[in-house]
Design a protein around this ligand. Sequence first.
Ligand code: AMP
Length: 497
Amino acid sequence: MTFADLGLGEDLLRAVEDAGYTVPTGIQEAAIPYVLMGRDILACAQTGTGKTASFTLPMIDILAAGRARARMPRTLILEPTRELAAQVAENFETYGKYHKLSKALVIGGVSMDEQSHIIDRGVDVLIATPGRLIDHFDRGGLILNDVKILVIDEADRMLDMGFIPDVERIVSLLPKIRQTLLLSATMPKEIKRLADKFLLNPKEISVSPPASAAVNIVQNLITIRTGRGGEAIAKAKRDTLRKLMAQEDVKNALIFCNRKRDVDILAKSLKTHGFNTAALHGDMAQSVRTETMESFKNDEISLLVCSDVAARGLDISGLSHVFLFDVPTHPEDYVHRIGRTGRAGMTGRAFTLATKEDDKFLASIERMMGTKIPRFDISEAAKTTDAPVAAKDAVVPDTETAPTESTKKPAQRASKPRRGRGKTAEEPVIEAVQDAPKEQVKAERAKPAKKPVEATSDDSPIIGLGDHMPAFLLRDPKVTAKSAKKPRATAKKQKTA
Ligand code: AMP
């Protein structure tokens, strides 16, 4: 099957070829012909399957005929986070390069005036987070009567973030006769309910079993055993994380925390220890979030400590590691977090730090995946690497120390010039990370510095840059399979959009 077989126009085929894609992925093969036919779609697909192109490509084709009227977008794409919305907008740039389509990115955290200006001129595609879209509508700057295609992307994430009432309101403002595409990584009951309400005789597509982790991610679990008390545990985890980074060839990594506050604390701690680190979470100004993401994607920042804002859908090529500083409380988030690595056919490594308190969350993750996360013995691993580690076993001391120049590890490239550092990265170091015992300083000094190496020994070209087609993208879609996932309680609304 080729892209030409899917019925896409010449200009799109050229753009796809320029992007380096030769073969459609499973979801593209299954969805594109039906979208072109005007059918509604209910797709159960995770990020990394090529799902974005499965709706952007046919939309560009459909939009090629016709023109937008002032303030009346012709199509609407709803995304749960600003980062995802920006990523979809980039996809329209890439695939729409030979078309003259206008688009507006309507997300929170940035000036409304500029967005209003673009909407006023008329746009073919409006890519929005729900909150900001409603703001524009309520101010009277947006008319939704002309929307012919609606895409609700990452619907389960919308649910988690408390956006469903906003989504329902937006849909009530759209024409009844329209084409609707709903995509979700998982299909909890609440999303099925929405699908029944919003979609008409949809083509159901499922491209991978829900909530299964990619096969090319090596997963590891480290159990931290330490004294009682939140701060003691946090310190032990920070210590373990640094030991891990001494052992692992970390080129770049996302480090997930459950709470925004902990994101800031950990980022500051790592920075103190000379790691080239920034923080990313929903309470940061949008301009800082965007700049930080850019710096991370451009390799100017090696470690990004983040909340789940960054967990879903972000496409960062060649990410060598993901560290879960906290075990997520929703099992699906585990899969989404680790899924940021091992993308585009490369091998990735994921480490989860767990404590006794996480037992029940771990159990539900392992139940959901139907497999146990392999236990990783940090002390055994240390014996087999060239980086000696002070710890005797996984029980780590409640103390930390900053490294000297000679002890710096691959990701500790603090001296590298950086653009776009987050505000938090420049704030003074928290006191809790400054108490360093002399013995440990000695131990840290003894460690040899390692050169940064690529995440994988596989030198084959990566997706988007050449002709390599990873096997996991070629999996056959199970066209009618439905997901069977337990619904999860709607979380409190997060202020990310
Ligand atoms: P997504 O699931 O939309 O986040 O896409 C995951 C990655 O796959 C992105 O980096 C896309 O650029 C890439 N991709 C999408 N379609 C194809 C294709 N047909 N062949 C190779 N790579 C693709």
